[in-house]
Ligand binder design. Structure first.
Ligand code: PXP
Length: 237
């Protein structure tokens, strides 16, 4: 059964609009858990634009075995991950000016930096996943970094405008997932997935978990968070 990780960053984004204490991302995460999601995803950005250090401490206490910390390989953030010891850390590229994570990690280019981060975080006791594009060249280097999990970037598929483009990018994801499994890697996927496009990705047999944020939080404004998570679970299972 495909698992669901819910990214609650956008609850914190809303809180930061007034820089107060509401809505609280940890309370939102508890509702997601009640609705049946498998893990909670939160991105501690270097500029702390949504999730902050205190949120992370509280998330760790509430979700010992289910917290997936999205993070860059910046030294400060790696040190925080080693102290917090989330169940899983997902390494992503990060640019200050981007609205959201734009592309996958370029492990070919930053192999040593990624490898060092994987070694430190694994030694502290967390599993490590690498967020990468569905690209065979990138995937083939993953075993050299020591990571045992990848998350395939579904952004191109999600942004495709025509059915034929969607088909091409879906095939690319399926081939990447199959190649990664042949190397013994666990395969997750995410970015830009919503209630209209998630089903096809969830049918790729090698996919273990989907990480979804924006579409669920958007829907929750109209339906409530519990119902938005349950509806996504119904679609992917
Ligand atoms: N996975 C990763 C690695 C991401 O960076 C993000 C965005 O924070 C997501 C999944 C969720 O993407 P979305 O919010 O578009 O569902």
């Amino acid at each position: 059964m495909v698992k669901l990780g819910v990214n609650i960053d956008h609850v914190a984004t809303l809180r930061q609009a007034r820089k107060g204490s509401s809505p609280d991302p940890v309370s939102a995460a508890l509702i997601c858990r009640k609705a049946g999601c498998d893990s909670i995803v939160a991105h501690l950005r270097e500029d702390r634009r949504h999730i902050n250090d205190n949120d992370l401490q509280r998330l760790k206490l509430a979700f010992m075995n289910r917290l997936n910390l999205e993070m860059s390989v910046a030294y400060e953030i790696v040190d925080i991950a080693c102290a917090i010891k989330p169940h899983q850390a997902t390494l992503v590229p990060e640019k200050r000016k981007e609205l959201t994570t734009e592309g996958g990690l370029d492990i070919l280019r930053h192999k040593t930096r990624v490898k060092n981060a994987v070694r430190k975080i694994s030694a502290a006791g967390s599993k490590v996943s690498l967020f990468i594009d569905p690209d065979k060249k990138q995937i083939s280097v993953v075993p050299e970094t020591g990571a045992e999990i990848i998350e395939l970037h579904t952004g191109k598929y999600a942004a495709a405008r025509t059915q034929s483009q969607k088909k091409v990018f879906l095939r690319e994801l399926a081939q990447a997932a199959s190649f990664a499994r042949s190397l013994g890697l666990a395969v997750n996927a995410g970015h830009g997935l919503d209630y209209n496009n998630v089903w096809a990705v969830s049918r790729i047999p090698e996919i273990n978990e989907l990480n979804i944020g924006y579409s669920i939080i958007c829907r929750s404004i109209f339906t409530g968070l519990e119902s938005a998570v349950k509806e996504m679970l119904r679609l992917i299972r």
